[in-house]
Design a protein around this ligand. Sequence first.
Ligand code: M6R
Length: 599
Amino acid sequence: MCGIVGYIGKREIKSFLIEGLKELEYRGYDSAGIAIIENESMHVFKAVGKIKNLEEKAKDFKTKEFGIGIGHTRWATHGKPTELNAHPHLGEFSYVVHNGIIENYKELKKELENKGYKFISQTDTETIVHLFEENFKHKKDPFKAFKDTISKLKGAYAILLISKASPNTIFFAKNGSPLIIGKNSKNEIFFASSDAPLIGYADEVSYLDDGVFGYADKEKIKAFKDSQEINLEFKPLTMEKEFAQKGGFRFFMEKEIYEQSRVVSETIMGRAIDGKIVFEELEKNFFEGIENIKICACGTSYHAGLSSSYLFERISKIPTSVEIASEFRYKKPLLNKNTLFIVISQSGETADTLEALKMAKNAGLKTLAICNVDNSSIVRIADKTILTRAGIEKGVASTKAFATQMMVLWMLSLYLAQIKGFDISKEIDVLLKVPKVLIVENSLHEKIKRLSKRYLHGHGFFYIGRDIFYPLALEGALKLKEISYLHAEGYPAGEMKHGPIALADPELFTIALMPKNLLYDKIKSNVEELSARDSTILAISPIEFEIADDFIKIKEQNHYMLEYFEMMLIIQLLAMEIAIRLGNDVDMPRNLAKSVTVE
Ligand code: M6R
């Protein structure tokens, strides 16, 4: 995820911006840049890769007097990680940094190009600075021009803009991406996308709400919402950096679970438009001649792949097989050119997945990567990539990466159905509801915290589900075992009576995924069979289930995928709360690495 910093005051600005960007490194980035105005002169430095490259480029520059500056770390979404695509983006006399995605940038860009504006990057962000300068031509007032610019933008953004037209002012706007303003008794003003860069500098901070925009200079901060001036509420700033990086959560895993609603919105953004799925990254003819799909991945990504095979067959009507990459590599697989080969990977560096991809490429198959890290090895090798846009995932236990993979795969299944001429508009309506489903309600989290104390022992957990809820059961079991070190298995519910039911007793915990919208009666009888053999049952369902020992009620929905995403959230929280009670470091579980680059 991109990071933003900004500063107004007399401090040496370059150092503040660069130190601030370092504090945001944990969010992940692939290029960085800063722009400063001092004495009406503008200075800009950008570099690809680590912040030390930026430091090197700017090493001979220092500010001496009052000035303003903005800085940015970029996590590529539109266009490769290059210096031209790095922020700040320049117009003729202004610079902008932006987090988020401008959904309607193509239309805006076209209009601006027709007016003669030249774009030098592939980003959506560059549109903002040209639009501001175009508006300034007519309004002659920088704030009015900024306000008009913001009113034209659709999508998510946190924006800082500086301009020679008002060289002591930073213009800001926030909608859907975080932005904080800080201040102190020395009349300094700070901006950042999280607390960490402000610690030790700002005394108090204001966390901007969506829809807020305004400007700040050395004398004042003016904020507006719906064209009305508003008073910003400032609070004292916490002084612990690590706490700030975790956004106040106990673990990165917890923070990442809570981020899912937002990052899934970003995954969807610009890709579900007017009842259609749009993947700019895929040419129309990419799927020509494709008769079936093979998916290869490891761990959680494999579970996303397995889940999606139900969607590709049901929605796109394309035969789909899924394989664990480490198995696929050595089985001397038969590969046909009418197969689309999809690899799924959060990191883009998983050795087995990478090798499987190379094998498919060498066999002449079309290859598609679903990946979270642009420019990773997998992305570089695959013919095409769809980025999942989850932002950096720090917890070893994958959570938001899985949620965004599932969203991309669901959208891809719809995209393929759309190519075949099927009506997918109703499914798109459902898909747009997912971000809401993923908001973690306090009452739910508290309930799971309380329940978790009953599941710290026993001789094993069976997560069971049917259809697409079976791979979700596998994922629930993987989450639990990797961070709690308790034994857990995922199983197709209908298969329990073919062996595993022999294990049933009160010390065998069954976590039953019981959606209302898919095979409810079938899973119900499978769970009854286990209950009759005295297994302890934790049922997750919108329908009350009397014989369950414990019950987590999900919301009534009219589509199984909404139930899928809510249950995903619950199994993640459950695993985390059990592991925390057992005293484990859930972000860095024993024996595991975040990126598995060896076979
Ligand atoms: O980066 P990848 O998605 O390729 O990683 C695959 C697995 O190593 C990963 O999903 C692993 O299973 C996670 N720790 C699960 O939480």
